[in-house]
Design a protein around this ligand. Sequence first.
Ligand SMILES: Nc1ncnc2c1ncn2[C@@H]1O[C@H](COP(=O)(O)OP(=O)(O)OP(=O)(O)O)[C@@H](O)[C@H]1O
Ligand SMILES: [Mg+2]
Length: 375
Amino acid sequence: MSKVQIEHLFKRYENADEDTLKDVNLEINDKEFVSIIGPSGCGKSTLLRCFAGLEKITRGKILIDGERFDTIPPQKRRIAMVFQDYALYPHMTVYNNMAFNLKLSKFSKEEIDNKVKKAAAKLGLSEFLKRKPAQLSGGQRQRVALGRAMVRDPKIFLMDEPLSNLDAKLRVSTRQDIIEMHRQLGTVTIYVTHDQAEAMAMSDKILLMRDGIVQQYGSPDQLYDQPHNLFVARFIGSPSMNILHGTLNPKGDFSVGKTKFDLKGIIAPELLPTSSRKVVLGFRPEKVAQVTFTNQVEETVKHEKDFVFTARKNLSEYMGSHTLVYLKMDDGTNIVVETAKKINDEKSPRSLQIHVHSQDIYFFDEKTGLNLSSI
Ligand SMILES: Nc1ncnc2c1ncn2[C@@H]1O[C@H](COP(=O)(O)OP(=O)(O)OP(=O)(O)O)[C@@H](O)[C@H]1O
Ligand SMILES: [Mg+2]
């Protein structure tokens, strides 16, 4: 059992004039896989290093199964860390790299042999045990680093961008190795990445940070479907959520530049403001219900609760399974939509009509960025 709690954690580096981590709160249940994501410099590695005891926390607590963890010396924390650069010993064989820490901990020869061979078999490394790191591919080296962490039978795995040195294909297969390893061992894993797609694919829960402040903590579904604010909405999903800046009045008219949209029936009545207010309307490129050329309007089936607008097509990118269409609205707002249609840029008309169902439309406060449905 390992239930992790982080309570009101603050971290300020020496000589820094600001806290790097600001009031981080987090609860991780036994066996969970949690990803920490956010832009560069937001404090992901700092949080992991605080957990490992490589950095001292300034305020707050870390608890495991209700007991203080942050006061335990780093070498006694029973955690295993995997880094981006593998950090393997180049002069040692794969076997000895994996056995090194066990030898230091004075395990018997038989126990070491057993653990190393078992981990190597799980990670598909059995045939490479006599090789040195330089004779392995990047993905195989990263698997050795995982194996070295695995043999220590840690209470918690900490991984800091372990896949970022690998090419796109290897990232996907090594990511599957990590998921498989987690499934077999059931060890709580905290995984740092800046790749939101990786976090979505791998995690039970995602912690999204910005400038040392937690923006949202929840399941991938929760962050995708119910983002707390515009930052979360735009960080999760690729391409990013489309946004229109405008003014919403109490009757449900939404003005974007000179264009006015009637959103009665689209916006939930409780979200209508008592006086005109600046809001941001958002919708995801992949949640567009319909894309039609304006000279084919007769084909369109207008859903009563659709948000409908026309825009000029700049460019389209055919991706095989779908096409991404880049558009510009009259007020200059750039939009991207995903459609299953194949669009020929030269032959097709430039004006497109876009339909989005009301349940796929989000509203955020312009000033605070908060999702109006979650206020
Ligand atoms: N030893 C240190 N002393 C002072 N400031 C530091 C130290 N280490 C990191 N920082 C600062 O703390 C902030 C968070 O750094 P951190 O390495 O945690 O970011 P990150 O989210 O892991 O970024 P990246 O995605 O680039 O790895 C940054 O502004 C960084 O400059
Ligand atoms: Mg980092």
